[in-house]
Design a protein around this ligand. Structure first.
Ligand code: FPP
Length: 262
């Protein structure tokens, strides 16, 4: 089934990536980093990197969907990204309409459903419309969820969730000592991708090894893979290789392996 996935090895030879189709991560989250450096390396303006990054979202979405991933969460714009120059922010805000205008038919063909998490009410009207139209157009798709984190921040998400819980306590709908991990889970933005709220695998491209305020609660037991490749160059084969790394990890969730329990 996965015979079409290849990688180039250190001798520049093409090798098949060996994947166990029964151990595909249900939820993959990606910090798509390195667009600016990709462009700089080519003496292009930073926004050319974002454009190429957007094109690459299409490739990785198709690959993840074909592999049987249930949720693909992409960090497209953080609550901190407003600090960038106005022209760059404006370019980034135009990407969803460029992306969905051309890609919705293929999303539907691939049975991919669009979802968004973040403070969407603070986005320009045009951006909101592009995203909500795509959500509407793909609402009957039953395959992978393509979940965009747009104007998303992990700490802000927790603050919003805590406020919702506090309100319930104030209205006597919930007792303080009833609050448990499930209460918090349900209050977070990833409740919309239940039951796959927590990523199994986090990938960050471009050589940076930070979480950058992404899915702070949800990443508690995620496996992490950091790769030097800039996001616009991150290929379907790179994804397969990172999933293969994930499959070689030994996830214990704080417990022990069967053989180590004696
Ligand atoms: C980080 O690279 C990337 C971003 C802040 C934007 C990511 C957005 C996309 C890949 C396109 C999203 C597509 C849609 C459809 C919304 P950087 O600019 O920080 O790179 P640098 O660290 O090299 O400067």
């Amino acid at each position: 089934m996965f015979s079409k996935l290849f990688k180039t090895n250190s001798e520049n030879e093409t090798e098949e990536v060996d994947l166990d189709e029964n151990k595909i991560p249900n939820h993959i989250a990606i910090i798509m980093d390195g667009n600016g450096r990709w462009a700089q390396k080519r003496r292009l303006p930073r926004v050319a990197g974002h454009k190429q990054g957007m094109e690459n979202v299409k490739e990785i979405t198709k690959a993840a969907s074909n592999l049987g991933v249930k949720v693909l969460t992409l960090y497209a714009f953080s609550t901190e990204n407003w600090k960038r120059p106005k022209s760059e922010v404006s370019f980034l805000m135009d990407l969803p309409s460029k992306f969905f205008d051309t890609f919705v038919p293929e999303l539907i063909e691939n049975n991919v459903k669009v979802n968004v998490m973040g403070y969407t009410d603070q986005l320009p009207e045009k951006t909101q419309k592009a995203v909500f139209d795509a959500i509407e157009q793909t609402k009957n798709c039953t395959g992978m969820i393509l979940n965009f984190a747009l104007n998303y921040g992990g700490r802000a998400e927790i603050v919003t969730g805590v406020k919702k819980i506090a309100e319930k306590v104030q209205n006597n709908e919930l007792a303080a000592d009833e609050i448990d991990e499930e209460t918090i889970r349900k209050s977070l933005m990833t409740a919309s991708v239940y039951p796959y709220d927590d990523p199994d695998l986090l990938i960050r491209t471009s050589g940076e090894e930070r979480i950058s305020n992404f899915l702070l609660w949800q990443l508690a037991y995620s496996e992490m893979v950091f790769t030097d490749t800039f996001w616009p160059d991150y290929s379907q084969a790179d994804l397969a290789e990172d999933i293969s790394k994930f499959q070689q990890r030994n996830r214990r969730f704080g417990g022990l392996n069967e053989g180590d329990k004696k």
